[in-house]
Design a protein around this ligand. Structure first.
Ligand SMILES: *[C@@H]1O[C@H](CO)[C@@H](O)[C@H](O)[C@H]1NC(C)=O
Ligand SMILES: *[C@@H]1O[C@H](CO)[C@@H](O)[C@H](O)[C@H]1NC(C)=O
Ligand SMILES: *[C@@H]1O[C@H](CO)[C@@H](O)[C@H](O)[C@H]1NC(C)=O
Ligand SMILES: *[C@@H]1O[C@H](CO)[C@@H](O)[C@H](O)[C@H]1NC(C)=O
Ligand SMILES: [Zn+2]
Length: 316
């Protein structure tokens, strides 16, 4: 009887092949290839995420993307959902992206997030090895395809726009459209209606011409190598408390689960670029270590103040 129960559990967990995880040994990103062949490490040369290593070569023909419908309020309602791996905002049918070197028009389907834990950062891509606190992905499907399985058979079937999310002291009011609804989708399977808002209000709208381009994969199973990646250089800023709503109030388990597991560190490991080209857009700044420069000069100013203060005190 016990044996039968154990066997049943094994069979059920085997049959439930749609499932994967981030933080347990048998279903973490390194094990995804056991269940999803195209996540296998041997196929790594097409994979995402990657580290963006400066200096990056500029491609003068990469101008701003055309984001159709991003600055208007769409009709109907949007749906926020906890799928056990992320929080996903389904955004209806009114938006599309094109231009900026994309080979076609792509319909916007959904956006979702990757994050770390209370003390760790969780962006998927890194910039000069720096991992940002979070990353947002706006997923778009090539408009010629009737469904996702057709898009996953096309080497450029998807275009994903990636945005780093960094943390400041002030709340990002626009980001509240999403973060205020998070408590309604704390557990896997829960959904909440979201009133449509202009998606552009979530994005770094003054810096949309500054991005990086490379060809890679989905960062979640089935890891299909079909993604034209556009990674924006300038992050979106949210507050520490908005970040904490992701890192400590979302669970990968259902509400009635015996053991409740926080959904944390839902990012895939970095993959080598090998011979792939990463290009900078025409207006990308491309400065090495740009992100850490202001910090370094701030530290220098503090040191100077301490030295001056020490001199002042000892002079008394
Ligand atoms: C620059 O971008 C254009 C548009 O995507 C592309 O056709 C071209 O091959 C790129 N050039 C290089 C050198 O990567
Ligand atoms: C994590 O993010 C913080 C805030 O942006 C940054 O100061 C820190 O350097 C990052 N840590 C790593 C290991 O990249
Ligand atoms: C997806 O579209 C393709 C191409 O038109 C079609 O052959 C296939 O049956 C569709 N699959 C599903 C699951 O609807
Ligand atoms: C963002 O764009 C503004 C306006 O073009 C520019 O002045 C600023 O330097 C850009 N920010 C960064 C970090 O590149
Ligand atoms: Zn993603």
């Amino acid at each position: 009887m016990v044996l039968a129960a154990v066997l049943l559990v094994i069979v059920v967990s085997y049959v439930d092949s749609d499932d994967y995880c981030y933080n347990e040994p048998h279903c973490d990103p390194y094990a995804w290839g056991d269940t999803f062949p195209s996540c296998h490490p041997l196929l790594e040369e097409h994979h995402s995420p990657i580290n963006l290593d400066h200096p990056i070569t500029r491609n003068e023909s990469l101008g701003s993307l055309h984001l159709e419908g991003f600055d208007v309020i769409q009709t109907g309602h949007w749906t926020l959902r906890n799928d056990g791996h992320s929080v996903v905002l389904q955004v209806g049918n009114g938006m599309s992206v094109s231009g900026g070197g994309l080979p076609d028009v792509y319909h916007t389907i959904q956006l979702h997030f990757h994050w770390g834990g209370p003390a760790t950062n969780g962006s998927e891509h890194t910039m000069d090895r720096r991992r940002y606190p979070m990353e947002m992905h706006v997923v778009n499907m090539k408009s010629i395809h009737p469904n996702m399985s057709a898009a996953l058979d096309d080497p450029t079937g998807l275009a994903v726009l990636g945005f780093f999310i960094d943390v400041v002291y002030a709340d990002n009011v626009q980001f509240g459209h999403v973060s205020q609804k998070l408590s309604s989708v704390a557990y896997k399977g829960q959904t909440a209606k979201v009133k449509p808002f202009p998606l552009m209000s979530l994005l770094p709208k003054h810096n949309m011409s500054q991005y990086y381009r490379y060809y890679g994969s989905l960062t979640t199973p089935p890891c299909s190598p079909v993604v034209v990646w556009t990674l924006y250089e300038v992050p979106v800023y949210i507050s520490w408390s908005q970040l904490a709503q992701f890192t400590s109030q979302i669970f990968s388990t259902e509400e009635d689960a015996e053991q409740v597991t926080p959904l944390q560190n839902n990012f895939r490991h970095i993959h080598p670029t090998f011979s792939r080209v990463v290009s900078g857009s025409k207006e990308a700044k491309l400065l090495r270590g740009m992100a850490s420069c202001p910090l370094r000069s701030a530290v220098a100013v503090h040191l100077l103040q301490i030295i001056l203060l020490a001199g002042f005190i000892s002079g008394q």
